[in-house]
Design a binder for this molecule. Structure first.
Ligand code: ZN
Length: 321
């Protein structure tokens, strides 16, 4: 048989087969194994569809969440979520300051301002050693996260992708790993049963938005066009470290000393910082949006709540006795 005809016949056979045509379910540790993932564009929803739900934005350092997930958090909160910010490291190794202690304090203040500008109700600091989190027991991080997930009844997490490639910062990789395992164990009635004596109940996040700095499986593109100016303002809160802060004002001053200026940066430090952040620090959001016909977007590997074939079957086929 001619190859093209054979492939055509095989293709129609596959399409007709109920086994082959069925989509593999997304379900925790036994979910789909495919590296080919369909991409969903998540757009702004009207009303408050997420009313009553709680999210935790978890980051090793104070600029991670604002850069990679700030727009999505603003969107989810606008749609009814409440949420908290959890920062894993003490942020002692990055930024400008007179000493390590000074940098820690400045980053701590910036982080609280980031949480406030995002609309998150609280900022938790777990205080692990910056750049050295891989020397600390993962088990302890997991245990503390399990406690927080149960205490705050977290439904959804946003964090670095534990499956991302080429991540050179150990704090990013360790945080991702700790969160991934804590989400699952927090739901268990057997892990840390002393929590239940203190009044907590098993409760773990069922939905995840994983972002990355290297290659990852991207199956969720979140349209953040409506929130880009707010995201810019959030990123401007990180003045001690990060790519935004007051970089615009710094560039404007450096140019002025050479007798030059960029019209883009306007005539004030505030305008310079906003324009610099939107144009340069968050340029990736524009590039990512344009790839999907949007103005600005954030990319994630999104893991939905577990799908159950039994529940789906029962809902469709159960009949009265
Ligand atoms: Zn970081």
């Amino acid at each position: 048989m001619e190859r093209r005809k054979f492939m055509g016949a095989a293709g129609s056979l596959l399409a007709a087969s109920p086994v082959q045509a069925q989509k593999e379910l997304e379900a925790g540790g036994t979910g789909s194994t495919s590296y080919t993932v369909p991409v969903t564009v998540e757009r702004k929803q009207s009303g408050k569809p997420h009313h009553g739900k709680v999210l935790a934005a978890i980051q090793p350092h104070c600029d991670d969440i604002p850069i990679f997930a700030g727009g999505t958090i603003l969107k989810l909160l606008d749609e009814g979520y409440t949420g908290v910010l959890i920062t894993m490291s003490n942020d002692s190794m990055a930024g400008t300051g007179s000493s390590i202690g000074d940098i820690v304090l400045k980053n701590e203040r910036d982080t609280k301002e980031v949480a406030r500008r995002l609309g998150l109700t609280e900022a938790y600091f777990l205080n692990y050693p910056n750049h050295n989190m891989d020397g600390w027991p993962l088990l302890e991080m997991r245990a503390r996260l399990v406690f927080l997930f149960r205490l705050l009844k977290v439904d959804t997490v946003l964090v670095y992708d534990p499956g991302a490639l080429y991540e050179r910062n150990p704090d990013h990789a360790v945080t991702a790993k700790a969160v991934e395992s804590a989400c699952w164990m927090a739901s268990s009635e057997w892990d840390y049963p002393e929590h239940f004596k203190a009044g907590l109940t098993p409760h773990g996040p069922k939905e995840k938005y994983y972002f990355a700095r290297g290659p990852q499986l991207v199956n969720r593109v979140v349209d953040i066009g409506t929130y880009i100016d707010q995201k810019v303002w959030v990123n401007m809160a990180n003045v001690t470290q990060g790519p935004a802060g007051s970089q615009g004002a710094v560039l404007r001053r450096a140019l002025a000393e050479k007798g030059r200026k960029l019209p883009l940066l306007g005539d004030s430090d505030e305008t310079a910082n906003r324009q610099y952040t939107k144009t340069f620090a968050l340029a990736r959001d524009r590039t990512r949006g344009q790839a999907h016909g949007l103005e600005y977007a954030e990319f994630f590997h999104h893991i939905p709540p577990d799908e159950s074939d039994v529940e789906q079957y029962v809902a469709k086929h159960s009949v009265p006795l």
